[in-house]
Design a protein around this ligand. Sequence first.
Ligand SMILES: Cc1ncc(COP(=O)(O)O)c(C=O)c1O
Length: 409
Amino acid sequence: MFDPESVRPLFPALAQPVNGLPAIFFDAPGGTQVPQPVLNAMHNYLIQSNANAGGAFLTSQRSDAILKIAHTAVADLLNCAPDEVIFGANMTTLTFAMSRAIGRTLQAGDEIIVTRLDHDANVAPWQALAEQGAVIRTVDIDVEDCTLDMADFTAQLNERTRLIAVGYASNAVGTINDIPAIVRLARQVGAWVYVDAVHYAPHGLIDVRALDCDFLACSAYKFFAPHIGCVYGKREHLQALQPYKVRPAKDAVPYRWETGTLNHEGIAGTTAAIDYLAHLVPPPHRSRRAALAATWQLLTAYERQLSEHLIRGLLALPGLTFYGIREPERFAQRTPTVAFRLDQASPRQIAEHLAQHGIFTWDGNYYALSLTERLGVEQSGGMLRVGLAHYNTHEEIDALLHALRQLTG
Ligand SMILES: Cc1ncc(COP(=O)(O)O)c(C=O)c1O
């Protein structure tokens, strides 16, 4: 079983005190903390390799090598080829770039499906295509457990559907969607699938080949790396689509999609974060990909224990309304990210109370706007979100429950 104490000393941020108490980071879905090897990689990049790409001199050549290595690292993380990985500012910016490029291929009346469970970064870029005549359809959820309504999915799909934009997991309530089933539906009508894996990436192994999705977007800062976005696209799509690009930039894949100068130090840190994950299970491993698979097996089991402890404790609190999957036997269908409300205090008041205790949580909609609207909580402060990562502990959850009991009595 995974012992969080084996990694916590590697994360300097976790040692920060707040009001004399150790800080408790339950804000992972908004961004995870970074381990020392990531800090070292960024630091070293800026000292030894800091330059623009493509030059004839040492630091530029080192930069080129670091970018190449990072494409290979993300390819191992996602199980794709290095040239099927695009780096960019963040997932939202990359998704807007993708939607604009895909929009160039659409005819008026072509349809796109989005969902009520998604972060707006996988909704608004597609809704923007309505300006050029695309029809945007929205799949509903089952409000009882915040899962996608698969019957509605089937009902919304038709021969005009060109793309389905869907999250791998909900950053608000933790639901993991059945992506293979959604890809199968899409294939019936020849539609593409654009998966937002930002929230799933720090909680499980991603295999774009097995999923057979067309695109999959991640934010490195959600998987222990700096603020970088990356998108996987099937090579045939990255080659056929026309990105908006400057003329001197290379036309080859993936460079044609990597607009402007990238955040090289952040990209160096992203490789280090993937290597950090790959080293959590001792060698030997056949490959970095095999090591990552072993890591996620270990971490997923640990995070499931944390979820059980947290959700059991929350459900025992008087006046608590829980949103999402709550039965332990269904925990393979959720990440350790939970959302709830209390009768006794607004989400903001709860977050402020917890902050006083050095416990960092989010309140509001965390940009999962269609979901908070559907749940009827958008006008009253949304929900309180507690999001765990593998560096969190059972004791931290006990501290949270203790602080919440001060509010619920
Ligand atoms: C599920 C999900 N998708 C997309 C995003 C947007 O990512 P980025 O900040 O990299 O644009 C987030 C950020 O919170 C998210 O949680």
